[in-house]
Design a protein around this ligand. Structure first.
Ligand code: 13P
Length: 256
């Protein structure tokens, strides 16, 4: 059987505390009964805000949903007021962590050296980095892929290989985040296939797409991505279910 499609989301800073827990209960319920998940065709991950990590880990305890943080410190534990270490995230049961999102690069001036340090610490603690890469402005997909490969190589230069499935690269063109619709399917497929070929040749990893993704997109991408990184368009948890329905349809089609 092929590897499960990765279907994940970051809740960013949209939801309140109780709202996050309620939404996670809904998704956990979907995960426990949807055949895409129970038959191993989809693997889910959720990245809620820091204060909700502990109760969310408890909510998903009887599921295979992976929980991750949206950020971590670039430093080992110590005198870093307000920061959260990779070690603590791993200890509490997180299995992945988001690194280098466009919003953190833009608003918090995160550069590649910082993103590389966070990635190395996450990997050392056994957390799967969800490493976000993407071009700033809309343009040629070949150039976009080259820019993303440059970002990947810069960040991963000093991390050990093979990385296998532990590395998730989220291709998120900055211009398609928070937009009314995702990048074109042709653009996404061209870039993601190039990134996947690059990872396959350099230590492994899996490429997923994010940026105004929602129901319907996975089907249009015809197998050119290993999953999706979702935002606003799964704030209604029923959209998660629709996307898992698509996973089942794709799975059935691949056996015809
Ligand atoms: O940045 C994203 C996921 O991390 C995408 O967010 P939106 O789907 O809301 O544009």
């Amino acid at each position: 059987m092929s590897a499960p499609l990765l279907i994940g989301t970051s809740l960013k800073m949209y939801f309140g505390y109780q709202q996050t827990l309620d939404w996670c209960r809904q998704v956990a319920d979907i995960a426990q009964r949807h055949p895409a998940v129970t038959q191993g065709h989809a693997a889910l991950f959720i990245m809620p805000s820091f204060p909700t990590l502990a109760p969310v880990l408890e909510i998903v305890r009887d599921t295979d949903i992976r929980i991750g943080a949206q950020n971590l410190s670039d430093q080992p534990p110590g005198a870093w007021t307000g920061e959260v270490s990779a070690a603590m995230l791993a200890e509490m049961g997180c299995r992945c962590v988001e690194i280098g999102h466009a919003e953190r690069r833009r608003h918090f001036h995160e550069d590649e050296a910082l993103i590389a340090a966070k990635t190395a610490l996450a990997m050392a603690q056994g957390l799967s980095p969800v490493l976000c890469v993407g071009e700033v402005d809309e343009g040629d997909p070949g150039l976009a892929a080259s820019e993303c490969i440059r970002q990947i190589d810069s960040v991963l230069a000093d991390t050990p290989q093979p990385r296998g499935a532990d590395l998730i690269v989220a291709y998120e063109p900055h211009w398609a985040i928070g937009a009314s619709q995702p990048a074109s399917s042709e653009h996404i497929s061209t870039v993601c296939l190039k990134l996947q070929a690059h990872l396959d040749a350099h230590g492994g990893g899996r490429v997923i797409y994010g940026g105004s993704a929602g129901p319907g997109l996975l089907s249009r991408l015809e197998g050119s991505v290993q999953g999706m990184f979702l935002g606003r368009f799964v704030h209604d948890a029923r959209a998660f279910e629709q996307i898992l329905d698509e996973v089942m349809t794709l799975q059935a089609a691949s056996h015809q």
